[in-house]
Design a protein around this ligand. Structure first.
Ligand code: NAD
Length: 483
């Protein structure tokens, strides 16, 4: 049964590599129908700020699958990346990137006989990618890094299910919760909560800097690593480097309703239109898409033909043995098409699953809103105010303390996260931006906080504030370094 999918060729080398991949699909008899949609740099120029036409959006939302080439984000026009927008508006919350050693792709590991076969799963919506950023004053920029329980749980559950489906025995959570105790702490807690439901998997965690070192020293020791968005972005490119570069690293962005399959490299403007581009990354992403659509046998046939072609030493100009002549994009696709039905001598693929029919998810008619966790035992402890001042911290305290009502006390002042008042070190350099922590002396409400701040605006310049809360033993805010 044929499956309809939306296809956006993209910019730069996008159309060349997409045409090569679709030609390979056609030669392999892949039962798919393609709906080409307008989504590219030129669409921004037509005045659509998301980089896609309304018709493209409707088609993608109807079909639920988008296969896309790389796309350019116009610089200096204040528009957001079309790639990031697509992932976020359609809530493709899990980014799946598989990295494996491929015969014919020379790397330091292939030369050392170390076989890499691992998957990085990156949370795709939250973290710094919300782009929620402000200048508190002309000297200080801040970014809200949102990590949420529902978002983490949705992603982590997908990861554990994926691990089971792929027959893994181990799953590793990468994080930086030793420093970001609230945000990465929440992500890791959710990981271990969900892990209890999957006793068949060995779940462990590793701090992301240690993970980076271990991945470079012993990449064959990892099966599946899951990470928050930004760390996942960096680590997955590191892993691409381990197996030969971005050209060999497919990517899938999976959501409950819409999924996007794309090459991870960019539009390569330096070689666009010259037919020099390597279509492998897009092809591998297409192979992931075919498996997602249940077209397992077609995916295996095409992947084996690709592996055989690479094993035969056929390559585009961006890789391959020194001295051997590269082929162009079309010649690479021709060689692969000739190999359809052939298998590589080493590491032939045989997914032990029968083809199945893809079930298109129900179309959405309203936003899903996750329920709030119980807040019954919430207690308000105080407030952190961010204040612009180029006084010494004691000078800031002298402006604040006389203005405090009998409900509040000044607990501490920190600068860039390090306490500088009442105790601190004279060696801590201060920028004109203090965090002033007021704690309650008796029970307080949100209204008490806002009333107190209104009084303080008479003497200090408050830029922003965070209410300090706790739930039983759980404190919902970090202590300052040195507090
Ligand atoms: P790039 O990946 O386009 O290019 C980096 C280098 O890798 C270049 O030398 C290029 O020639 C080479 N290269 C990339 N893909 C190749 C391929 N398939 N075959 C052979 N060589 C290849 O990165 P960039 O130059 O930083 O970005 C160019 C544009 O792409 C920017 O507008 C950026 O926003 C966009 N971009 C899009 C995506 C996406 O659509 N997912 C991802 C990254 C960058």
């Amino acid at each position: 049964m044929t499956t309809e999918i939306a296809v956006a060729k993209g910019d730069g080398i996008g159309p060349e590599i997409m045409e090569a991949v679709l030609r390979i699909f056609e030669s392999a008899g892949v039962p798919c129908t393609y709906h080409f949609v307008e989504m590219s740099r030129s669409v921004f120029d037509q005045g659509f700020s998301t980089g896609m036409t309304p018709e493209a959006k409707a088609t993608i939302e109807d079909l639920g699958i988008l296969f896309k080439g790389p796309m350019e984000t116009p610089k200096g026009k204040g528009v957001k990346s079309i790639n990031v927008t697509a992932r976020k508006v359609w809530n493709t919350y899990a980014n799946v990137r598989r990295f494996r050693s491929i015969k014919g792709v020379d790397t330091v590991f292939s030369r050392a006989g170390i076989n890499i076969n691992m998957t990085i799963l990156r949370e795709n919506i939250e973290d710094t990618y919300g782009g929620i950023e402000y200048m508190h004053n002309q000297d200080v920029a801040v970014c809200y890094r949102l990590i949420t329980r529902p978002g983490s749980e949705q992603f982590v559950r997908f990861c554990f299910d994926y691990a089971v489906r792929q027959g893994h025995t181990q799953i590793t959570c990468g994080h930086k919760s030793n420093i970001m105790k609230q945000t990465d702490g929440l992500f890791m807690n959710v990981f271990y909560e969900v892990a209890k439901e999957y006793p068949q998997l060995q779940a462990n965690d590793v701090i992301v800097d240690d993970l980076a070192m271990k991945l470079v020293r012993m990449p064959d020791k990892f099966q599946l690593v899951i990470l928050p968005n930004l760390q996942g972005d960096i680590i997955s490119d590191l892993c691409a480097g381990l197996v030969g570069g971005l050209g060999f690293a497919p990517s899938a962005n999976i959501g409950d309703s819409i999924s996007i399959f794309e090459a991870v490299h960019g539009t390569a403007p330096d070689i666009a239109g010259k037919k020099l581009a390597n279509p492998t990354s897009l092809l591998l992403s297409g192979i992931m898409m075919l498996r997602h659509l249940g077209k397992i046998s077609y995916a295996d046939t095409i992947e084996n033909a690709l592996l055989k072609t690479l094993e035969d030493g056929i390559h585009t100009g961006d890789f391959g043995a020194a001295g051997s002549t590269p082929v162009n994009t079309d010649q690479f696709a021709d060689a692969l098409i000739k190999n359809l039905g052939n298998k590589p001598h080493q590491d032939a693929v045989n997914t032990n699953t029968a083809d199945f029919e893809f079930k298109r998810p129900e179309k959405r008619t309203f936003n899903r809103v996750f329920p709030e966790s119980s807040n019954d035992n919430e207690v308000i402890d105080g407030v952190d105010m961010f204040v612009t001042s180029d006084l010494q911290a004691a000078g800031v305290a002298a402006l604040i303390e006389p203005k405090l009502s009998d409900k509040f006390m000044l607990r501490m002042i920190s600068n860039r996260g390090t306490q500088v008042y009442p105790q601190g070190s004279v060696y801590t350099d201060c920028v004109p931006h203090y965090r002033v922590r007021l704690e309650k002396k008796s029970e307080i409400t949100r209204a008490d906080i806002f009333n107190q701040m209104a009084v303080l605006t008479e003497t200090v310049q408050i830029e922003d504030a965070e209410i300090l809360k706790s739930w039983g033993d759980v404190r919902g805010y970090a202590l300052a370094q040195g507090q």
